[in-house]
Design a protein. Sequence first.
Length: 394
Amino acid sequence: MSYTQVILKSGKDQSLMRRHPWVFSGAIKKIKGPVEEGDIVEVTNNKDEFLGLGHYQIGSIAIRIITFEQTEINDTFWHNKLQAVIDYRQQMGFFNMEETSVFRLIHAEGDGFPGLIVEYYNGTLVMQMHSIGMYLIREKLARMLSEMLPIPVNAVYDKSANTLPHKADIEPTDGYLLGESTNPIVKENGMKFRINWEEGQKTGFFIDQRDNRSLVKHYAQNRKVLNMFGYTGGFSLYALAGKAQEVHSVDSSKLAIELTNEHVDLNFPDCKNHFAFAEDAFSFLNNMDDSFDLIILDPPAFAKHHNVLHNALQGYKKLNRKAFEKIKPGGILFTFSCSQVVSKENFRKSVFTAAANVGRKVRILHQLSQPIDHPVNIYHPESEYLKGLVLYVE
């Protein structure tokens, strides 16, 4: 099968030679033939040498490479790619679901599926497409996954209405591609959560913080814990499981706080040492006392594009400075950035500047990232989006 050829400008083939899976629009010299958004195209250099096959779309990232091999993109191709993803998760132990029945099954570029996220929630797959090419084959992928996975798949839900490129000439709606879910309760390290993938943020839950939540449990004993931007209370539950003295959960969303309280009741009936507040984070930090000795800062992405990077770094500095001002001596601060455009170095610099401005002595206990079901493609450093520091504050 032949595909429309996209020829790159001289010298613009170097990133693909290093197996980076993105082609930016400015690197394209010529498109030889008709092409529509979502089509598979063949990318070559200025000397007509093959570089890869990928999905074309309108925008800054014009092509997302799905293979660097000259091959036919058919059902067998997709089956083999999905099997590699399944084999990896099986080797990592994710299909033994006694303690954990929620994990990321496909992590976009990290798994060789640029533009595609798939989460597993105790029998329900939630798919989220970020490219038109993946969106156009969503039903095929859903059917294949439901047949190939060695664990139950009762339903597949597409949640792409708000994640596809705005320039795309389609009108996507969220909804079930297969089946219908009846069991939104999942377990993570034995803890129970009710997941609302239809109305919740992202796909319904922040799976990427699983290992970091476990670390909070390790440090929580006898501490007064503040969980900022708490969403549905993941860190709060682990702190309670770690025998924290008190746990305070804060989120600006009233619905999130209601779900947090529901999760506390689900796991710790008649809990008397958890307190939840639907309040703006900075307002809460400004007005709180200095009695907390474990603070978790897990804000939403402050920057989704490079043109707002400076403002984002200032936001991280302001937020962490307030925590350094209020945390008790001997306290532990968990602080995170989930912004892909914020590098580890920039994030660390913002946090350290905040500490220096306040004049606190700080030790690094841990440098955190995302778990193994969110693998980082070594050729695509952008897939390492989650950064975290655990700090001991004298």
